[in-house]
Design a protein around this ligand. Structure first.
Ligand code: SME
Length: 160
């Protein structure tokens, strides 16, 4: 499996240029990654809602998924609570992993930080064990930073 090419960072920046709607931007960002990376079964966002105080399902590609995840729960909630990205080579070995799609065997999650605040988590799942590398994690971190520049937190807070 080849590492995710860092050109995807420039691609997402160009793709979202001038679009103010954060949901539109998150939707296309998930589609870009899902169609760029091989061997994924899910790719999308969980966005923190101040109203529900949970991470609510955002734009994604893949099978239907859990709609609400509590901060601290599962891979996504653990990443949100710690503010750290996580590489999970085998989801079955991660205590508290939330199985949305039974096909998932490995996962990588990256916080999306807008103006210093984590607004949610980018989550990618693969049916293969050990699918993601530390180099993928680095590119995805840069991807999340490039995407964040196209996200208006105030506009997002109207829906999340
Ligand atoms: N596996 C995640 C839940 C989200 S699905 O992977 C789409 C978790 O443990 O938080």
């Amino acid at each position: 499996m080849t590492t995710l090419d860092s050109i995807v960072v420039a691609q997402v920046d160009a793709l979202l240029e001038g679009e103010p709607n954060p949901v539109t931007n998150l939707a296309n960002a998930s589609a870009l990654l899902y169609n760029t990376m091989a061997d994924l079964n899910w790719c999308g966002f969980y966005l923190y809602s101040k109203q529900t105080q949970t991470l609510d399902l955002g734009p994604f590609q893949g099978q239907v998924a859990c709609m609400h995840i509590k901060p601290g729960s599962g891979v996504v909630g653990t990443s949100f609570a710690s503010g750290q990205s996580l590489l999970v080579p085998d989801v079955h070995a991660f205590a508290g992993h939330i199985a949305c799609d039974a096909a998932s065997n490995s996962e990588v999650v990256v916080p999306v930080v807008v103006d210093g605040t984590c607004i949610g988590i980018l989550d990618l799942d693969s049916p293969s064990l050990n699918r993601f590398t530390a180099a993928d994690q680095e590119v995805l971190t840069a991807f999340a930073a490039a995407l964040a520049k196209h996200l208006d937190a105030a506009a997002l807070a109207l829906v999340y």
